[in-house]
Design a protein around this ligand. Structure first.
Ligand code: PNS
Length: 163
């Protein structure tokens, strides 16, 4: 049984993330989407909100589950009997950070492998941070995030702007 974890902040999930989840779900027996707090990033959605948004848009994939996580990724992997980390790579600019993370995770737990999937060309420009910024300033996020969560993003950002 090949269990892979796809970790990230997912604040919010984009169609680029969903593309990786769908492709990874065909390669591995089970995908656990791990929603982590990234202390370096200011959050828009709470962790439990992110989990439920991801659950909503992945409900068609029977081998995909979603969990919130805190602490180290390698400990979460061990607790879930997973040996593979799946990450999406958009561009050379992602490489240095992802290379560093994969080396560090491998140092912490040598039995764990990181597998990189290249983002589909049409999603190369996409990031959660640009989605957050577009939504905050009243721009349209259609085509950037799954349609089912557009309203959640609009509600959240209009609340934020309205104080
Ligand atoms: O979507 P992101 O913000 O690029 O995801 C980063 C994430 C959550 C994968 C990364 O910050 C992470 O693995 N956090 C868990 C803590 C950890 O294990 N850090 C690795 C030691 S350097």
């Amino acid at each position: 049984m090949r269990i892979a974890v796809y970790p990230g902040s997912f604040d919010p999930i984009t169609i680029g993330h969903l593309d990786i989840i769908e492709r990874a779900s065909k390669v591995f027996d089970e995908i656990i989407v791990g929603v982590f707090v990234n202390p370096d990033k200011k959050g828009l959605f709470t962790i439990s909100e992110r989990v439920s948004l991801i659950e909503r848009v992945t409900s068609n994939y029977p081998n995909v589950t979603v969990q919130s996580c805190s602490g180290l990724l390698v400990n979460f992997m061990k607790a879930n009997n997973a040996k593979i980390i799946v990450k999406g790579l958009r561009a050379v600019s992602d490489f240095e950070y992802e290379f560093h993370m994969s080396m560090m995770n491998n140092k912490l737990e040598p039995t764990i492998e990181t597998v990189f999937m290249m983002t589909s060309a049409k999603y190369l420009f996409l990031s959660s941070s640009s989605v957050r910024q577009i939504a905050m300033f009243g721009g349209c996020v259609k085509g950037l995030v799954p349609d089912e969560i557009i309203k959640d993003i609009m509600d959240k950002t209009s609340n934020n702007l309205g104080g």
